[in-house]
Design a protein around this ligand. Structure first.
Ligand code: PAF
Length: 281
């Protein structure tokens, strides 16, 4: 496993690889969720490149970019257990020697849902994803389904700019209880952990209702009711969107596939989750 910290070192290390390349982009502080992306990458290509970069552009004012956990040694040790050819872990100045003048405009979807509370977040994400794809030029890149809006925006970036890479997603990892794995779960106390289960349970109720023939509007309303009535849960948003474009499935329209997306507060912890639903024609 080769650690590279400059573009030049990365270019050299990539030049020594033979065969297909799969990329996993991360901000470090790696956990089991990241490793599932790396394992999927491992199974899909001859070489795996992992980037570790805390991207300042995707942090808004007051989001505490400085305090984001950084532990390269621990991350390298974890990656060593899965098998990775190249790690790219540049300093901020290496990727952004000055404020970038040319900026990615992520379009209207970036202002919705997660973008409502973080208005500059997705522009920063797409800026760095575009740069790292250009530096690594992988055959395939893996992103988690947990960050469904980010995934949809990255797919749009790649389609709209004709970036020659295949984007693949890796399903959400869940505890046996159904709770989606997240580093934020660590902030939940015992009672909140139980209350938080209502989120995935509400999404399952929606998925099952669709499977039984429920129409999009009634499924959305049902899930909304479940979330609003769940003790200890304060709903931020619940929507039914097109899984590819993230455009809202409007009231009254027919759809065969949808993605229920939600964010909710449990105590002072904000959790996100999503689930695909299939409707009958
Ligand atoms: O999902 C993340 O960890 C980040 O948004 C990403 C894709 C690595 C870009 O910084």
């Amino acid at each position: 496993m080769k650690l590279t910290q400059t573009k030049e070192e990365l270019r050299k290390a990539l030049g020594e690889l033979e065969g297909s390349v799969a990329l996993v982009m991360t901000m470090g502080a790696l956990h089991e969720g990241h490793l599932s992306l790396v394992r999927a990458a491992r199974a899909s290509a001859q070489n795996v490149v992992v980037s570790i970069f805390v991207n300042p552009l995707q942090f808004g004012p007051g989001e505490d970019y400085e305090a984001y956990p950084r532990d390269l040694e621990a991350d390298m040790a974890l990656l060593g257990t899965v098998g990775v050819e190249v790690v790219f872990a540049p300093a901020a100045e290496e990727l952004y020697p000055r404020e970038p003048l040319v900026r990615i405009n992520p379009g209207p979807v970036a202002a919705l849902y997660e973008g409502k509370t973080r208005p500059t977040h997705f522009a920063g994400v797409l800026q760095v994803v575009n740069k790292v794809l250009n530096l690594v030029h992988p055959d395939v890149a893996f992103f988690g389904q947990k960050d469904a809006q980010q995934l949809a925006l990255i797919r749009t970036l790649v389609a709209d700019l004709d970036i020659p890479v295949e984007i693949r997603s890796v399903p959400i990892k869940r505890e046996e209880s159904g709770l989606a794995l997240s580093s934020r779960n660590a902030y939940l106390n015992d009672e909140e952990r139980i209350e938080a289960l209502a989120i995935s349970q509400a999404l399952i109720v929606g998925r099952d209702a669709a499977a039984r023939g429920g129409a999009p509007d009634s499924v959305r309303a049902l899930v909304q009711r479940h979330l609003e009535q769940a003790p200890g849960v304060t709903l931020d948003y619940l929507s039914l969107v097109d899984p590819e474009t993230f455009g809202e499935i409007e009231s009254g329209t027919a759809a065969t596939r949808g993605l229920l997306v939600t964010a909710a507060w449990v105590g002072s912890t904000r959790l996100i989750d999503n689930m695909e639903v299939l409707f009958h024609e």
